[in-house]
Design a protein around this ligand. Structure first.
Ligand code: F6R
Length: 610
């Protein structure tokens, strides 16, 4: 997730406006920043790694001439957060500049073709192919307009993008386009803006035009023209007047970051599923060769590891050991060795306990692999290979969207490894890969259809003394994560166990009305045994809250309350959809109990002490 901004004004300098607008987009990414302006037939660029304020101190982002320009605040996906990778990117001649938010999946092929045609690349980004493709289009068709060259380019791109382009060839306009990354226009009296979200331009204008996938926009001062990329047909869309306060705008209308990030999951999962093939391949090769594999993490990331241990075992027949990072050195510090492989999972890439386990393992010559949301973090620097999960910055203290992204990368890895090892039939692999692709849509449906029901649940159970979460198999991890969310965000005491363990002690806590949440997917062998566990709890007067598939009449009939998930989810990826209602439950429970879910007491987003 990055932030893009473009501005074209009748008069005055665009740079200070772009700078101030990028500040408002900084929540979308903050590892590097850059601005390009256009004046007197020349493009000027200032960019560097670091936060906007730090870069501004170094280069003065306001001091750039030109009434037209584009800017970018970056959250690295391809290429480390370095000056050379910061946007805007330009073609060989420096006459075309581009900012981009999204992921261009086929950039490797495009880059190879362009390099063979003589284009010089300077960065490691996927974005850089765009200005070169536009340049190439002009080379082949010198009479083309900028619009024609940009349309030709866009038709070659696979993946997601919100793009803004300026060129000295037609210096009086900005072109922008969208596919699966947000893009919105702001229309003022004598100026027009394009941005990743309306927060960026709200202080200048409250007239906004939403851009849809497959649309190209030409911006001139105070005016805009929208076309469909596919057939060039014109789209007529009037601006809407937005009456959000600036504070609401930062959260795109949501009252808290946590609920915003829960709602972002269909989009973040789509992004994550585009994770770089090359790195998935590399990591699965390392895992295939490994003698012993530890999955090391803290908190929510540990729960992703726990789920992953079932995925690797079921799909690739690879035993892996999930370990709390804070326990790793004590438990395995003496035995870890050159034959060990550590897959460290950390959203921030800076968690002290996780890095401690990594350092200890490195000293004993183990292989370190990483999965993180923060390219450029310590974990990416100490890993032999790492995958950036591409969820964008997570501002709410509770990990939500980053958890489901971790699960989807880990599922992709398990599928890769399974293919390599030939342990599961091709038909089953294809089926699972297809099902994984549908998960963003499934998550969208759950949020759309179940949120009100979860809200009502939170009202009903807000004064409970304690909550109990039970799941079996891979959904033991979902139960653990549901408990953690409810405890940390709503301060609700909660316990979680593999359902089979409940009768070995915890069941003695049960009193009439005691809420017990069962995570109950229908696929797999755990369903039958879980029904037995529900009966045990029901017989003792517990209130049964079940998370079930929509046609699970048997469990429905036994439940006091239930939340429904679309049917047909393979068990091995079920934690991704099944955690969504539990994230919502924690959020609405916090609201019911008068707690700010974005600022849980005693917690920090990144725990950099042991
Ligand atoms: C819970 C939560 C924490 C983190 C944990 C590890 O909502 O966010 O439990 O998961 O502190 O953080 P990372 O993944 O950054 O290593």
């Amino acid at each position: 997730m990055c932030g893009i901004f473009g501005c074209i004004m009748k008069k005055g300098n665009a740079a200070p406006v772009i700078h101030a607008s990028l500040k408002r987009l900084e929540y979308r990414g903050y590892d590097s920043v850059g601005i390009a302006t256009l004046t007197n037939g020349e493009i000027t660029i200032k960019k560097d790694q670091g936060k906007i304020d730090d870069v501004h101190k170094l280069v003065n982002l306001d001091d750039m001439a030109g009434n037209i320009g584009i800017g970018h605040t970056r959250w690295a996906t391809h290429g480390a957060p370095l000056k050379v990778n910061a946007h805007p990117h330009v073609d060989c001649t420096g006459k075309i500049a581009v900012v981009h938010n999204g992921i261009i999946e086929n950039y490797n092929e495009l880059r190879n073709e362009l390099e063979n045609a003589g284009h010089q690349f300077v960065s490691k980004t996927d974005t850089e192919v765009v200005p070169h493709l536009i340049e190439e289009a002009f080379k082949k068709n010198p009479a083309w307009t900028l619009t024609e060259a940009v349309i030709d380019t866009i038709k070659k791109l696979c993946g997601s993008y919100a793009l803004a382009v300026i060129s000295t060839k037609e210096p009086e306009k900005i072109l922008c386009a969208r596919n699966e990354s947000p893009l919105i226009l702001g229309i003022g009296k004598d100026a027009s803006y394009c941005a990743s979200d309306l927060t960026a331009f709200l202080p200048m204008t409250n007239k906004a035009v939403l851009i849809n996938d497959g649309e190209l926009v030409t911006l001139t001062p105070g005016k805009y023209e929208i076309k469909r990329i596919q057939d060039g047909s014109k789209v007529v869309r009037e601006p809407k007047v937005i009456d959000w306060s600036p504070e609401m705008a930062v959260k795109t209308g949501y009252p808290h970051f946590m609920i915003k990030e829960i709602h972002e999951q269909p989009a973040t999962l789509r992004n994550t599923l585009r994770a770089q093939e090359h790195y998935l391949d590399l990591i699965s090769t390392f895992l295939d060769r490994a003698t012993e594999v530890y999955l090391v993490a803290c908190g929510t990331s540990y729960h992703a590891c726990l789920a992953a241990s079932y995925m690797f075992s079921k799909l690739a027949f690879l035993p892996t050991y999930p370990v709390y990072a804070s326990e790793f050195v004590e438990q395995h510090g003496k035995s870890v060795n050159i034959d060990s492989t550590i897959l460290a999972v950390s959203q921030s890439g800076e968690t002290a306990d996780t890095l401690g386990a990594v350092t200890c393992s490195q000293q004993r010559a183990a292989t370190i692999l990483g999965l993180t949301n923060t390219v450029g973090s310590t974990l990416t620097r100490v890993s032999r290979v790492y995958i950036g999960q591409q969820s964008g910055p997570e501002i709410g203290v509770a990990a939500t969207k980053t958890f489901t992204s971790q699960l989807s990368v880990l599922a992709q890895l398990a599928l890769r490894l399974s293919t390599k090892r030939g342990k599961v039939s091709q038909d089953e692999m294809d089926y699972l890969a297809e099902k994984l692709e549908t998960i963003p849509q499934v998550v969208e449906t759950i949020i759309l259809t179940q949120e009100e029901k979860v809200k009502a649940l939170a009202k009903k159970y807000k004064d409970a003394k304690i909550f109990f979460f039970l799941g079996r198999g891979i959904n033991t991890a979902t139960a653990f994560e549901g408990r953690l969310k409810l405890m940390e965000i709503a301060y609700m005491p909660a316990i979680a166990f593999p359902a089979g363990e409940s009768k070995h002690g915890p069941i003695s806590l049960i009193e009439p009305g005691f809420p017990v949440v069962f995570i109950c997917p229908k696929d797999g062998v755990t369903h039958k045994t879980l029904i037995g566990n529900i009966q045990e709890m029901k017989a003792r007067g517990a209130s049964i809250i079940s998370i079930i598939e929509e046609d699970d009449e048997e469990v429905k009939a036994m439940s006091d309350d239930y939340i429904e998930i679309p049917k047909g989810i393979p068990e091995v990826i079920s934690p991704i959809p099944f955690i969504i209602p539990l994230q919502l439950l924690a959020y609405y429970m916090a609201i019911e109990r008068g707690i700010n879910p974005d600022m849980p007491r005693n917690l920090a987003k990144s725990v950099t002490v042991k």
